[in-house]
Ligand binder design. Structure first.
Ligand code: PLP
Length: 379
């Protein structure tokens, strides 16, 4: 099997599994307990907090563990709005992950004035338009670092400067960039920043929110005093320890494995687009994370392509969402102004640091073959 769906999730690193194992076996006590066993679990969590903080150049005390990227995004957005309740305007982009996009749509129905900024066809954001949207009545701006479908990177440091200059809290969804791009919270003046362990070879169902010291944030779950009162509930010690180990491994970029990944990704898209007429890479003109390519094959449906690839043991994913039995172009591609035929045919290949050149060679052959056959049968 060739697994090129690493933006959906990654394989848990064996070293992460090894780090987690003792937490079930030995460190099973409640980290809030004052006894020796509880303190051992507490120490394991605090070590993981240091490892996660180091990945994004933050202070350990500014890291809050959550159940994943979705919860981190929700806590940041709802918690900031609640702490800043006199203002009702939210500025975001049209290409955010559903964890942000669907929440903002829901808030719109609750009488928030939400601005969804579109991008250009390559997925680039117009910073002058963003700046103009950041009016004094804005309670929050929510902008992602790297896009999960296209891989396009937003200039998050500049965006954070714009928000800060206007005194507007910024939430950054860094779920797809963490572990792939350097992130330095001391250079990104944001209020909050979301991470998810399973995107960088950690366990699923665990994530973290960086909360800047100046940020005003209200807890959304109500209960105990864990995680500085911001995320009550007994901590998932094994998962948190696994996230810490994964963060430590991701932070070690010497030598930089992503250069190799970028070269493999480039080869995949160059060869596929050269061999298959009318195929095109979406977002190719913008800076992108090294592992992602979204390739459209207009005239075909992504679902049929994915089934064909899967039958040949190649796992990829689509930029479309299934609603009422038919594939609808994703909100991301719509916000980029992508025409529906192109959007509905887009396939995302996302590599990992472990993807080999042998796998990419095979993926090119399989894709060319599957698309060729589908085109023949649809003529
Ligand atoms: N934000 C982005 C950009 C993502 O890609 C994802 C997951 O795909 C999430 C948030 C949600 O993260 P999780 O799966 O940990 O809830």
């Amino acid at each position: 099997m060739i697994y090129l769906d690493n933006n959906s999730t990654t394989q848990t690193d064996p070293a992460v599994l090894d780090a987690m194992a003792p937490c079930w076996r030995d460190q099973y006590a409640n980290p809030s307990s004052l006894h020796l066993a509880g303190q051992s679990a507490r120490n394991a969590i605090e070590h993981a907090r240091e490892q996660v903080a180091a990945l994004i150049h933050a202070k350990p005390r500014d890291i809050i563990f959550t159940s994943g990227g979705t919860e981190a995004d929700n806590l940041a957005i709802l918690g900031t709005l609640e702490a800043n309740s006199s203002k009702r305007r939210i500025v975001t982009t049209g290409v955010e992950h559903v964890a942000v996009h669907a929440l903002c749509e829901k808030l719109q129905k609750q009488d928030y004035d939400v601005v969804f900024l579109p991008t250009d066809p390559d997925g680039r954001l117009d910073l002058a338009a963003l700046d103009a949207a950041l009016t004094p009545d804005t309670a929050l701006a929510a902008v992602m670092h790297a896009n999960n479908e296209t891989g396009v990177i937003f200039p998050i440091e500049e965006i954070a400067q714009l928000a800060t200059a206007r005194g507007i809290p910024l939430h950054v969804d860094a779920v797809q960039s963490a572990g792939k791009l350097p992130i330095d919270c001391s250079r990104i003046p944001c209020n909050t920043l979301a991470l998810s362990a399973h995107k960088f070879h950690g366990p699923k169902g665990t994530g973290a929110l960086y909360v800047a010291p100046r940020a005003k944030l209200r807890n959304q779950l109500v209960g105990g005093h864990q995680e500085r009162d911001l995320r009550p509930g007994t901590e998932n010690v094994p998962a948190i320890v696994g996230m810490g180990k994964a963060a430590e491994l991701a932070a070690n970029l010497d030598p930089d494995p992503w250069r190799t990944v970028a070269a493999l990704r480039d080869r995949l898209e160059i060869e596929i687009t050269a061999r298959l007429d009318f195929s095109c890479v979406i977002g190719a003109g913008a800076p992108r994370i090294p592992n992602t390519t979204l390739i459209a094959f207009p005239g075909l449906e992504a679902e049929a392509i994915l089934i064909g690839l899967s039958q040949r043991e190649l796992c990829a994913s689509s930029g479309s969402a299934c609603s009422s039995g038919s594939l609808e172009p994703s909100h991301v591609l719509r916000a980029m102004g992508c025409d529906p035929a192109t959007a509905k045919s887009a396939i995302r290949f996302s590599l990992s640091k472990r993807t080999t050149s042998h796998e990419i060679k095979a993926a090119i052959e399989i894709t060319a073959d599957v698309i060729g056959r589908l085109r023949k049968s649809s003529n």
